[in-house]
Design a protein around this ligand. Sequence first.
Ligand SMILES: O=C(O)C(=O)C[C@]1(C(=O)O)C=C[C@@H](O)C=C1
Length: 404
Amino acid sequence: MAATTTSRAPATPLHNRINPKPWPSDQRVISNFNPTIPRSERRRTLAVLATLRRDNRDDESHNAIEGKNKNSIELQSLLEDFPYELNSKDSNSLPRPLTSTYFSNSVSDGSRLRVAYQGVHGAYSETAAEKAYPNCEAVPCEQFDTAFEAVERWLVDRAVLPIENSLGGSIHRNYDLLLRHRLHIVGEVKLAIRHCLLANHGVKVQDLKRVLSHPQALAQCENTLTRLGMVREAVDDTAGAAKFVAFHKLNDTGAVASSTAARIYGMNILAEDIQDDSDNVTRFLVLAREPIIPGTDRLFKTSIVFSLEEGPGMLFKALAIESRPLQKQALQMLDDNNNGFPKRFPYLFYVDFEASMADQKAQNALGHLKENYQFLTREIKGFYEILEAFDVWPHPNRTKKRIR
Ligand SMILES: O=C(O)C(=O)C[C@]1(C(=O)O)C=C[C@@H](O)C=C1
């Protein structure tokens, strides 16, 4: 519900070792942008996106990689490859606000969409992107920031990014980036995360001295990894960890990743379901340039972020807005220590509530919030349909491999 702005630790040293040595037939990852793109070129990029062509520059194949052969692209090459101007009189080619039906799989399966995710082929985020839009072209990005920028700069149509996990908690970096970028939340995806311990063929658990993975994945497997006495090393994503161990044929290093990543990079699964709790779910947000128009025909969620002036019980009062007669009995947050430090840190509160802004009651509640409290910031980050159901993924009926 609420999170502070503390950010996750920056990229690890391994990050640089992984990316400069691309796997021969793997997709290239969106990594950098020209920050100053003239308007006319932006329009050209839009037209390129409309063609959604797949280029087949990745001819080489490697037997350890399944050939999905999707390509990510860089803005510059897009602009160079597409010398045509968009006809501005053609209203069909201009961006239009998304409607709530856009996110509904029954209406659109996403087959025309390019969807950015952080990580490489085989990352959980890729699965989440494909779950949101089953026939989309999932586009890998090196970092979360890159995925945000890819949407902003019309390289892709959506981004699907993790925001919280039932075991590991909030993904603070993405909360921060939501504020820094002007994208809108238009949907959510929940994915059951089932981690495996992967190693190269012939390597046993006893041979492993260290294990690589995304910090969230390592945190979600804390108990198992502690029991095995393994040194943990954080990298950009789970699939990237598997890819690194496979590519360098390491015999003393394992990876925590999905069974899909094991298949893609030709690795052996030493143990399955190594997360600390079987109910390990990550919630991903779907981001777009345009907001959807909330309706009242379906259940909607609205996400807002605000900060409050310092003062006792301010958050309680703000959240108790619907029970206004009890307002005066709000709990007081007392802090009698006067040790030279500020009494409180500045907090940002992220609140998701189950209501559509097309609903009069939700409009009233937000109106009251605005009128009655001195907000330093108050921003609506998006409206989206509530998506409660999630699949057990990837192989619910398979017998688990346990560590002996
Ligand atoms: O590394 C991946 O495969 C990711 O998709 C990232 C990520 C995350 O950031 O939380 C996504 C889902 C899991 O919670 C673990 C890692």
